[in-house]
Ligand binder design. Structure first.
Ligand code: ADP
Ligand code: GLC
Length: 483
């Protein structure tokens, strides 16, 4: 019997293409699953960065017309990943991001760009590449949501299907009149099929039709079944509760290892913390913050969106500064938030600093040089920044929602006494509660012995992929056994 084979389908995979945690997770899962005896191939769209990495890789399947134009599936190994790449220039050969042009406008044909990806996944699922016939097709987020639908409505034997929700806020919808153009049969237009409030819902289709559903933390798996957290899908998710599992993400512990991180000024670990001070100093000087080693340094690494509560950080700058702290922010996104951070930095030179943009390098230095990392998300399916923070001894100050609630143990009196506290959490997610959490963090900072114990505890938190990979493997095996 061959090893279990899984085709993972997504719009991003680090290090080839990433806009957020989805890319990290899809990029890290294959190696973690290999350790569980699962052979993973990842299907990605042939964006320019992906095509450049695979060169002239062999074609394993060709379409005369895939939604109107020729396309090929290529097989390649690049950036440590075993890949299938959908080489469809009419959809992917363009400058800009995976979902939007450089000016921020979403590509008008996203529905077809990602229907094409899902169609290719389904065809691979049915064995068009004889060298790799998967037992399971694993679809990530709405961009891959139609893959379970194409498999469900197609004829003959099919592999098992898993739909993973990384973020329920992005659902992917298109007008119902396009059912035929998408190659879906008329009977797919139903409440048990792809129909969603009068449109075709990509994520909805995946949630309705995949054999199993997972999401990226146990708490988010509960939240999305409530009207408050369900974003319109809670009814369906309650209905499918028996097939829904929350599996916490991990982080790549090779890329995120403070003991061997080329982005740091000085490497360190839980038993050698003194060099960390040099990262604090380097971060201050790089960001243009005053050289005041006694001041606690708060960091932020985030997309600037409503989800991430960045407006609450702006409103809490007064609390930070009156407590003698400094703030270093790295992020990009909403233009209003970007401008507001630039203005705040101009108002408080040397005490508040912002770097707009995406920088892997600075993200690592921020984790290795900040004393605390703020993550006041209004909702957070899992969150990876707080896990990096734990590993790098930057105490996470987090909203107690989703995966943040599952990864950070609040420094309450009992948790400190029992040696299990790893950060500070607060709820509900309001400006007042964030201010209160900042106040508690500043109070803890006054007791440096206690702070160091919290850091040491944070740094031994298990944020690896081993346990999560085991849980995914279990789901795959159960599906493969059923066939
Ligand atoms: P989300 O996927 O919702 O943005 P996560 O916490 O799951 O949130 O993942 C975010 C990932 O992107 C982390 O690896 C984080 O370090 C990274 N990241 C976010 N913003 C930036 C940025 N401006 N520069 C570099 N890395 C960033
Ligand atoms: C999404 C979520 C984030 C999660 C990531 C990876 O981007 O917003 O919470 O960590 O996916 O699963």
């Amino acid at each position: 019997m061959h090893a279990l084979r899984v085709l993972s389908v997504a719009a991003e995979a680090f290090p080839l293409i990433k806009t957020g945690g989805l890319g990290d997770v899809v990029g890290a899962l294959p190696a973690a699953l290999a350790a569980e005896g699962v052979e993973v191939r990842t299907l990605l769209p042939g964006y320019p960065a992906v095509m450049a990495a695979i060169g002239d890789a062999p074609v394993v399947h060709a379409y005369d017309a895939l939604f109107g134009a020729p396309a090929r599936i290529r097989a390649a190994h690049a950036a440590g990943l075993d890949l299938f790449v959908l080489d469809a220039p009419q959809f992917y050969a363009r400058d800009g991001g995976p979902y939007a042009a450089a000016d921020g406008g979403e590509w008008g044909d996203n529905a077809f760009r990602f229907a094409a990806l899902s169609r290719a996944a389904a065809d691979l699922g049915r064995g068009v590449a004889a060298a790799f016939v998967p037992d399971v097709v694993h679809a990530h987020d709405w961009q891959a949501g139609l893959a379970p639908a194409y498999l469900h409505y197609g004829a003959g034997a099919r592999p098992g299907t898993v739909m993973t929700v990384h973020n329920l806020a992005f659902q992917g919808q298109i007008g119902g009149e396009l059912l035929d153009a998408l190659g879906l049969p008329w009977h797919a237009w139903s409440i048990d099929g792809v129909e969603y409030y009068g449109a075709i819902g990509y994520l909805k289709a995946g949630l309705a039709l995949a054999d199993r559903i997972t999401t990226v933390s146990p708490t988010y798996a509960v939240e999305i079944r409530t009207p408050e957290g369900g974003m319109g899908m809670d009814g369906l998710l309650r209905h499918r509760a028996r097939d829904l599992t929350g599996i916490l993400n991990g982080i790549d512990d090779v890329a995120w290892n403070p003991a061997a991180d080329p982005h740091l000024r000085a490497v360190f670990d839980a038993t050698r913390m003194a060099p960390r001070e040099r990262n604090r100093a380097a971060l201050r000087s790089r960001m243009g913050l005053a050289a005041t080693p006694a001041a606690p340094l708060f960091g932020v690494v985030s997309r600037f969106t409503w989800q991430k509560g960045m407006d609450l950080v702006l409103q809490s700058i007064g609390d930070l500064l009156s407590g003698g702290a400094q703030l270093a922010v790295l992020g990009t996104g909403d233009a209003t938030l970007e401008q507001a951070f630039v203005d705040a930095a101009a108002r408080h030179p040397g005490r508040v600093a912002v770097h707009l943009g995406y920088s892997e390098d600075l993200a690592h230095l921020l984790q290795g040089g900040s004393d605390a990392i703020l993550v006041p998300s209004r909702f957070e399916p899992c969150g990876l920044t707080q896990m990096c923070a734990l590993r790098y001894g930057a105490l996470p100050v987090v909203a107690k929602v989703g995966g943040l609630a599952d990864t950070v143990v609040d420094a309450g009196v009992a948790a400190i006494r029992d040696g299990v506290a790893t950060g500070i959490s607060f709820y509900p997610v309001t400006r007042e509660k964030l201010g209160w959490a900042i106040g508690r963090t500043l109070a803890l900072w006054q007791d440096q012995d206690c702070w160091h114990r919290l850091q040491a505890q944070a740094m031994v938190t298990d944020v690896g992929w081993r346990n999560p990979a085991r849980q995914y493997a279990q789901i795959y095996r159960a599906l493969a056994a059923r066939r």
